[in-house]
Ligand binder design. Structure first.
Ligand code: ATP
Ligand code: MG
Length: 192
């Protein structure tokens, strides 16, 4: 099987994530896209992350009804910081017959050289990257360019940070993320 891995904090998951996953699935001919919520995102340790059970519950609601989308809680089960290289190595080790694409949006692609062991990431997965239209794929050599597969994705200027800020100031987040996730946020009084 061809499996896409979309890592993120998903605090909360939104339509930008879902569209990125769908574009990758279609254009890279993936059988499955696994959303992998980060347990303890080492690069975001400056702010309090919403407990994993809520982030996981929102992901479940967001992908409901899409047989090609799934969730892996591998980073939630692991102690300590979440490094993508470890996650991919563990998944690749569990699923020897599958081929992996690590899916990144434009901002994550530009940032990849700052991640822990990008070479080890690229050893276990090809990189599926959606550069913003008009921007170049960064070829800084950290990830060999023959390990990167580009795909197109219409830009949706939505971020979890902006959604959290909107909720905390009482503004609408409707249509930025699935209705069921909006309702979950309201019912659980998240991001107030
Ligand atoms: P935060 O605002 O907390 O950083 P985020 O919305 O940026 O959250 P992340 O968890 O940081 O979400 O991102 C996970 C992955 O999703 C990254 O690869 C990122 O590039 C991608 N991504 C996030 N938002 C979008 C978007 N609007 N369109 C396309 N890709 C996105
Ligand atoms: Mg981000």
């Amino acid at each position: 099987m061809k499996v896409g891995i979309l890592g993120g904090t998903f605090d909360p998951v939104h339509n930008g994530h879902l569209l990125l996953a769908e574009c990758a699935r279609e254009q890279l001919s993936l059988d499955e896209v696994l959303f992998v919520p980060a347990g303890n995102p080492w690069r975001k340790s400056e702010r309090a992350i919403t407990p994993a059970e809520h982030r996981l519950a929102m992901l479940r609601l967001a992908i409901e009804g899409n047989d090609a989308f799934g969730i892996s809680d591998i980073e939630l089960r692991r102690e300590g910081p979440s490094y993508t290289a470890d996650t991919l190595e563990a998944l690749a080790g569990e699923r020897l017959d599958d081929a992996f694409w690590f899916i990144v949006g434009a901002d994550a692609l530009a940032d990849i050289r700052h991640w822990r062991e990008p070479e080890r990431i690229a050893r276990h997965a090809r990189i599926g990257a959606a550069p913003r239209s008009g921007t170049e794929m960064p070829h800084d050599g950290v990830i060999p360019s023959d390990r990167i597969d580009g795909f197109d994705c219409p830009g949706l200027d939505i971020s979890s940070t902006d959604i959290r800020a909107r909720v905390s100031s009482g503004r609408s987040i409707r249509y930025m993320l699935p209705d069921a996730v909006c309702r979950y946020i309201e019912a659980n009084r998240l991001y107030r």
